[in-house]
Design a protein around this ligand. Structure first.
Ligand code: NAD
Length: 462
């Protein structure tokens, strides 16, 4: 149920009162909040699985792998490192300022807003929360209205596990988010489209609120590994068709040479069958499109393409089979001939695009916005290095897809149009803390007198 817009300012000011009370600052309080978050998940796993099934037809295995266990790993990693991260550190002081001592103290920012999308409605809301709580902040969560069961579940659970009001939830869509964005926050984490990311950043600018924007785009894959064709194809289709392709870091399209296309297409067909059987519709492990609007958009993307695997769809079930198309024309980006090469696909359609060689693939990638992820399937170290050095993307993964999201110790985020800032593990904690230098220069020895006028002779150099 959407929160009434009139109630939203009080939700935020109440979160600020809790923050101002100092209740979240101590390390013990931070650890307790993280443990409450962990209990909220572990004690309600069947309810989370049911909500994700209802919203996205996400099977229990996939829900565990891509949502529940990712958040639990993040919380456990954070709890393990909390003492080390929060310990004040000595800071260096130049000789010119001696005698003096400096410490680096990490202080919480205040009230942090998290706005999440529908595709991983649990992970993308609760993963940033671990870092927010570790840094000693309070939080306001805005789940996606397009994953209503997950949104309702989190809205029901949060007050039970955070009775002290450290975490609060506002439910709703555009109207409620607009009202939320009119409030003052100390940081905003937004995951979603670039179009709404711009709205969020504009609203944040009014209060000079820093933002972390986790956006999307067309993440490319390069394939030239003939020796490991079947393994590569299996990893590619897993990365692409998990959650029915509705993954921000899913490979959007594959670049390869024309001579490799027939074998690759056959390998992709075999891999799809390996993972979801000959009728993926009947598989309990294959998802559905989130709503009819997205379904219609995706089906229209198939118009005028050469479908070589899958292609069947059923609006009543919002089912689209894992589909491979061979796309005409080498342009990918704003001037591409076909919308499947112009728009972020965000669904189970994988175009295979022919280029002459790796250098041309790099030109295709560099022709447009910097992607969130780049996947390279090549047994040549030279080729792998070429892609690393001559392209820019949120992350590069060789010989696999998606797995960097689960690497808690690595920063997760985009670059350029695919996002601003990064989080996960220590990078979350840094993002949601202010690193404050605290200096003390004892008055007993008045060496600062040398830096004060009247200056005589050459004067001091600081
Ligand atoms: P979206 O931008 O439509 O919505 C995201 C959130 O913004 C939702 O909570 C929604 O309620 C809110 N919102 C929507 N319109 C708004 C408006 N006009 N004003 C204020 N708030 C508004 O995104 P989506 O459709 O939920 O998700 C798909 C997009 O998210 C894709 O582009 C995908 O690549 C991206 N994504 C990125 C990541 C990442 O980690 N980088 C992860 C998942 C999805």
């Amino acid at each position: 149920m959407p929160t009434t817009t009139g109630a939203i300012p009080a939700v935020v000011s109440d979160a600020r009162k809790v923050f101002d009370s100092g209740a979240t600052r101590s390390r013990a309080a931070r650890a307790a909040a993280l443990r409450a978050l962990r209990a909220m998940i572990t004690e309600n796993q069947p309810a989370f699985e049911a909500a994700l099934w209802s919203d996205l037809h996400k099977g229990a295995g996939e829900a565990q792998l891509t949502e529940i266990s990712v958040v639990l790993a993040e919380i456990n990693h954070t709890l393990r490192h909390l003492r080390r991260w929060t310990r004040p550190r000595r800071g260096p002081v130049p000789m010119a300022l001696w005698p003096a001592r400096a410490r680096l103290v990490s202080e919480p920012l205040g009230v942090v807003l998290v706005i999440a999308p529908w595709n991983y409605p649990m992970q993308l809301l609760l993963d940033p929360l671990a870092g927010i709580l570790a840094a000693g902040n309070t939080a306001v969560l805005k789940p996606s209205e397009l994953a209503p069961e997950t949104s309702a579940l989190i809205t029901r659970l949060v007050p039970a596990y955070f009775p002290d009001g450290i975490v609060r939830v506002v439910e709703g869509g555009v109207e409620e988010t607009t009202e939320l964005l009119a409030q003052r926050f100390d940081h905003i984490v937004f995951t979603g489209s670039g179009a709404v990311g711009r709205i969020v950043m504009r609203a944040a600018a009014e209060h000079l609120t820093p933002v972390t924007l986790e956006l999307g785009g067309k993440s490319p894959a390069w394939f030239d590994d003939d020796a490991h064709l079947d393994q590569a194809a299996r990893r590619l289709v897993w990365a692409k068709f998990t959650n029915a392709g509705q993954t921000c870091v899913a490979p959007d399209y594959v670049l390869t040479t024309p001579d490799r296309i027939p074998a690759l297409v056959e390998a992709l067909r075999r891999a799809i069958e390996d993972l979801w059987g000959s009728d993926p519709r009947a598989s309990g492990d294959y998802g559905r499109i989130v709503n009819e609007r997205q379904f219609d958009r995706l089906v229209s993307l198939l118009d005028g393409t050469d479908v070589v695997v899958g292609g069947d769809h059923d609006r009543a079930e919002r089912y689209i089979a894992p589909t491979v198309v061979v796309a005409e024309g080498r342009a990918v980006g704003p001037e591409a001939a076909h919308p499947v090469l112009r728009e972020e696909i965000f669904g189970p359609i994988l175009p295979v695009v022919a280029v002459e060689h790796a250098d041309q693939a790099i030109d295709v990638i560099n022709n447009w916005d910097k992607p969130l992820a780049l996947y390279v399937f090549s047994s040549s170290a030279r080729t792998r290095r070429l892609f690393e050095e001559r392209t820019s993307s949120g992350a590069v993964v060789h010989d696999a897809g998606l797995i960097h999201v689960a690497a808690t110790g690595l920063p997760f985020g985009g670059v350029g149009a695919s996002g601003i800032g990064a989080y996960h593990g220590t990078y979350s904690w840094r993002t949601f803390s202010h690193l404050k230098p605290v200096l003390r220069k004892p008055l007993a020895l008045d060496t600062l007198r040398l830096a004060q006028p009247p200056f005589t002779g050459l004067g001091p150099r600081l």
